[in-house]
Design a protein around this ligand. Sequence first.
Ligand SMILES: Cc1cc2nc3c(=O)[nH]c(=O)nc-3n(C[C@H](O)[C@H](O)[C@H](O)COP(=O)(O)OP(=O)(O)OC[C@H]3O[C@@H](n4cnc5c(N)ncnc54)[C@H](O)[C@@H]3O)c2cc1C
Length: 369
Amino acid sequence: MNFDLTEERQMLQDTLRRFLRDRYTTETRNTIIDSEAGLSAEIWGELAELGVLGALFSEDQGGFGGAGFDIAVVFEELGRAGVVEPVLDTALICGGLLTELGDDDQRQLVEELIGGALHLALAHSEPGSRYDLDAVETQIVQNGSDIVLNGRKAVVVNAEAADHLIVSAREAGGLSLFVVPSGTAGVSLRGYPMLAGGRAAEVMLDDVQLPESARLGAGGRALSALEAVIARANVALAAEALGAMETATALTREYLLTRKQFGRPIGTFQALQHRMADLLIEMEQARSAVINAAGYLETDQRDKQIASARNLIGRAGRLVAEEAIQLHGGIAMTQEYELAHIAKRIVMTDHRFGDTDYHLERFIELSAA
Ligand SMILES: Cc1cc2nc3c(=O)[nH]c(=O)nc-3n(C[C@H](O)[C@H](O)[C@H](O)COP(=O)(O)OP(=O)(O)OC[C@H]3O[C@@H](n4cnc5c(N)ncnc54)[C@H](O)[C@@H]3O)c2cc1C
């Protein structure tokens, strides 16, 4: 099998890598993380201009990519540079739901999104839902042609920057989704910074009145579209963790060859070479797992292969993050140093849409089915 990237994907990777290396320095990122917005509108515009958002959509959706390998290329580079801008939430997750379920008007939003003019956030998880996509207590009541929404959503990533929230709610037939413009009466947010950069919010929905046109797709039928979009998000998270792991191992290698102790670089000590070799083997496994998950995204093996990849990458990522920190000694704990942020991103990706243990159980369950 040929694992090389196509010419277009190679170009996208090269361009994005160069752009982030020049523009997204540790200092720039630390300023963004410390800012009230938690993201840079300027960087966002530049990412859109480079075609990074368009690469996540197929041609008939207004983009020029959209396959598993396009997602993997983009998110590996974002992970390599430790980008905190919400490409996952606005473009891949919410954009994916709009293209999958939207009517003509709603799909217009995707065009604005790809152009960089729009931010979105998925308000789905609730305080008690853990990783269960079907555990939603937010309810709607149909009042003639009006819809009234009541509930509470937890850890809504990018909620404060979003122009619209995509909100899930339960009704008689099952799960439904609604496109809710920010600032709609009855919607209130309590925002906070996240551990590894970016912002999230608790979202309160008190008697939010919506027209029927806010409904995204058919009533009660949103679960399978959500599952498909979260499967894509899982491939993205696996690739992001891989990119971040690449940076962590590169920084560690550089440090071992630079830091001198006992009159020579510490990387010349065999005990440390063995530890570094273990990391490089884990990296190769992780890379294969991402390729596997991306390749199975559009098949009926999707969920099993993704669970397997996320479990493997969760374990490998933790090992790489911990070993990189240890091999660096105390310097790794300094916020000004790149590794501190990268290690946090690796750990944090393991808590979105299922951690290592969750994906192990899911893999066992799906293998037995
Ligand atoms: C969270 C944290 C914060 C810290 N903050 C500070 C701080 O602010 N200021 C400060 O001064 N110190 C700080 N330290 C301590 C600082 O990291 C250590 O004092 C410093 O690393 C000691 O350096 P060292 O040269 O003695 O070598 P070590 O830290 O002992 O080793 C350096 C490297 O050499 C390798 N090594 C050690 N011995 C051998 C060997 N025999 N053969 C082969 N390789 C070997 C180690 O694996 C390591 O990678 C902190 C430590 C931690 C964990």
